[in-house]
Write a protein that binds this ligand. Structure first.
Ligand code: UTP
Length: 298
């Protein structure tokens, strides 16, 4: 069923994934698998489950493998059927996107000038209303579907910008945008700003923004006005903060488990997490230590 309120999702996938080099030299980070499913597929499935109509990939010229993964490969499917593997052929058919569909859009970000810059590039292609931004390397498993939860909560939160949030250890605030919290109401955490990667002693809270956002369209004007921020990049968090007095900012405490799959530890933790849930791998991972690090970073 189509989502009546949030109709567009932006996937900013133009980053160079340097933390995972050399693996990401020729393979885009978003195509790295957690067992057999690439990160981008988890993100697409989450967006589809939320009833999003239009998807916009903001990508880099070097990442041609991404569109090759997303497009249908009828020859491969036919071959699989001839080989007696109709199940696999079906998986390929179900996951492929129609790249000629007007609701599947690719935009190039020539230089990785920041997440905010990547989101701004999608501006001309978004449908009316608030937009979702989904970072595929932030993998959220084991919940009710983070974006579905957020789109359900959005109309009642009373804010234009809704950001997925979770508590992180104090020592790790300098890895995240941190919410300056004013009050909390159930799973909604109201905030006056989002501070980009503050030192632990200066962090206004331990509530971190992670890679799911529903943003009021005013975000685009804010990004267009804004210059580079921390690390010389156009920061999405700065544009969100500038909307505090007009549209308001809230965090949403989602129910799933989040893995930073842009990092080696996070990718490994997500793989172990999925493997543990599948009896087919019990003999392999039986000896491995339990996944205790809830928020792998680094
Ligand atoms: P990250 O900082 O995690 O991605 O950005 P990165 O730059 O690829 O990673 P490292 O630090 O070099 O390993 C978060 C998200 O924002 C996108 C990334 O693709 C990722 O999905 N992004 C970031 C862009 O699309 N463009 C940018 O200029 C920066």
């Amino acid at each position: 069923m189509k989502n009546q309120i949030v109709r567009t999702a932006i996937f900013p996938v133009a980053g160079l994934g340097t933390r995972l080099l050399p693996a990401t030299k020729a393979t885009p980070k978003e195509l790295l698998p957690v067992i057999d499913k690439p990160l981008i597929q988890f993100a697409i499935d989450e967006v589809r489950a939320a009833g999003i109509e239009r998807v916009i990939f903001v990508t880099h010229a070097s990442k041609t493998a991404l569109s090759r993964y997303l497009m249908d490969d009828a020859r491969l499917r036919e071959r699989l059927i001839r080989q007696g593997k109709p199940g696999l052929a079906e998986v390929l058919r179900d996951t492929a996107l129609d790249l000629h569909d007007t609701d599947v859009i690719f935009v190039t970000q020539h230089d990785p000038d920041g997440l905010g810059d990547a989101v701004l590039r999608a501006r001309d292609y978004v449908l009316d209303g608030p937009v979702a931004v989904v970072l595929p390397d932030d993998l959220i498993l084991d919940g009710a579907g983070c974006l579905s939860e957020m789109t359900a909560a959005y109309p009642g939160c009373g804010c234009g910008h809704l950001v997925a949030t979770m508590q992180v250890p104090k020592a790790q605030t300098d890895k995240y945008g941190i919410l300056s919290v004013t009050r909390q109401d159930g799973r909604i955490v109201y905030a006056r700003s989002v501070v980009e990667k503050p030192d632990p002693e200066k962090a206004p809270s331990q509530m971190a923004a992670v890679g799911r956002y529903i943003l009021d369209p005013a975000i685009f004007d804010a990004l267009a006005r804004q210059g580079p921020g921390k690390d010389g990049e156009v920061q999405l968090t700065d544009a969100i903060t500038s909307g505090a007095p007009t549209v308001g900012i809230a965090g949403f405490r989602f129910s799933g488990r989040r893995f930073d799959c842009g990092s080696k530890r996070g990718l490994l933790a997500a793989t172990l997490f999925r493997a543990r849930a599948d009896p087919a791998y019990a003999d392999i991972i039986g000896e491995a230590a339990p996944v205790t690090n809830f928020i792998p970073v680094g």
